[in-house]
Design a protein around this ligand. Sequence first.
Ligand code: DGJ
Length: 550
Amino acid sequence: MSVKPFLQEQETATQLIVDNRPFLVLGGELGNSSAASIEDIERIFPKLQRMGLNTVLVPAYWDLIEPVEGKFDFTLIDKAIRQARENDLKVVFLWFGAWKNSMSCYAPLWFKKDYKKYPRAYTKAGKPLEIASSFSENVLQADNRAFSQLMEHIASIDKTEGTVIMMQIENEIGMLEDARDYSKEANALFNSDVSSALINCLTKNKKTLHPKMLEKWGNHGFKTTGTWQEIFGDDIYTDEIFMAWSYSQYVERLAQSARAIHNIPLFVNAAMNSRGRKPGEYPSAGPLAHLIDVWRCGAPSIDFLSPDIYDKDFAGWVTQYKLHNNPLFIPEARLVQGSGAQAFYVFGEHDAIGYCPFSIEGGSDNPEAPLVQAYAKLRELMPVLTKFQGKGMSKGLLFDQENKERILSFDDLTITTRHFFSLPWDPRATDGSVWPETGGLILRLAKDEYIIAGSGIVVEFKKNEENKISEVKELGEDGFASAGGNTQKQTAWQGSARVGIGPVDEITINEDGTFSYVRRLNGDQTHQGRHVRIGVDEFSILHVRLYEYR
Ligand code: DGJ
């Protein structure tokens, strides 16, 4: 019998425990309309298993669950759970309730039509929006009742199996057109004093506030009483804080319902505030990194805030979300050729709970496809990675044409990691080929013993001391300086120890975390012992042992 999934700290990491073991979500999120028919669920889930996913993120549509007010239909939910079990998948349900990408498009028609009972948000100019007002108790009651019914239903059919491992509440909440709601109720609250609950919570966490929040509050003298504008200033960023407080308190009520019914991890997701846009131009007041303190204070029952990443600079966005008070889970990322590399990166660099490309059913289930290969290897790595999570023993690698190299340090070693195309003899580095996004991870098992895994990477080791001695060499594949162009410049050797590459073994990892030998890599495959590498067309796991010589 399995237990309910839960979160557990291990040093600096938060681990998701599923079936009594730390679990990494090797996931994918379904396209918005792909769980709206029994036939689609039947057809898609076996493909997800072939792709190597262990978890599928599935929308739970309010309009289909409660088509008639007070009458609930869980046919699609039941089908998704059954089909997941048959295909060895876990499920994360996404509550498409009052808000989906800011809008209220998934609210049932009876709710939408009764706009007097279920009021809309208004722009400053007084235009009603297709966005339910978070200030309305009626909106909350209707949304919360349907969500609670869903939780009751899941509890009734999944208590012993534990197929449903987490719930996302709403989807990309956020206010559009203006930074806040200008409904009558919202205006009255905006012109009243800021809730003492928020101020007390910010005061308590003052030392660790997000720099943006600290600056905004500090600019106005860290006042503890007054209206929103008196405490935070008169601008749209204050409007956004006000709105985030409303959304987060609303979500907290749903989260508390869920906890009381079926206590499993809960999260919210955010559309990024990218490309220099201002609140109102992007879905403002959602669970964005710069609003994390407001969301943490307003919705303490939510376990984490998650980024949906469709923009460039994947690594930059994830860094904003891996915070001391926020573990990293990526419910949506653009499904790209580099998705496999990105998955390796977030687990290696940020002890992530999971990674999920969006519209996953559109991906390839060919065993050679990068994501399929990546997930197969990450599944093997899971017992080893989770053993070391939170202990500062791993780093993630993510390379492309702009980011070719990263220098790392473990013990007394300087470890230079590079894109595979950086090898001086790789013609693709110079023939104008587009450099694919590549990546992986490096895990220190013990002194001079590493796992290096991923795709399209090259790794070199040096003693820190050795780096102080400058050596400039141009070497061909044979390891000799090129004829005629002998630019080799050697300074006097200082006599410190050097590090050598010992055995480099390609391995597979068994469920209990033990290693099985596949093949020894040496000769050309390690540039005669100078580096460790994995080509761009494969994902593999290497067990590398180093040694010292003088
Ligand atoms: C982010 C949303 O959360 C998804 O549901 C979907 O609408 C994608 N954007 C866009 O394709």
